[in-house]
Design a protein. Structure first.
Length: 80
């Protein structure tokens, strides 16, 4: 099952070391680009940031002008 999540369960479960439960229960988690930005980029020093960024079963699509980029593609472009 694929589930769409907001930031609250990601941060809360990461804080208690249980983020893996989302994968066990649902398999794949999708998050909107804004959620990825909130948790990983703007929240880079907060709980959950590194955990969410490193999970390959949490995916995000960032809408851009006329096409879509995954969060990893977006990060790669920003690092150039």
């Amino acid at each position: 099952m694929i589930v769409i999540s907001n930031s609250t369960p990601l941060i809360a479960l990461a804080k208690i070391g249980k983020l893996f439960l989302l994968k066990e229960y649902f398999g794949e988690i999708r998050i909107p680009g804004e959620v990825y930005d909130e948790v990983v980029r703007r929240g880079s020093s907060m709980a959950g940031s590194a955990e969410v960024a490193s999970c390959n079963w949490i995916t995000s699509e960032l809408k851009t002008v006329g096409f879509h980029l995954s969060s990893k593609e977006y990060d790669r472009i920003l690092s150039l």
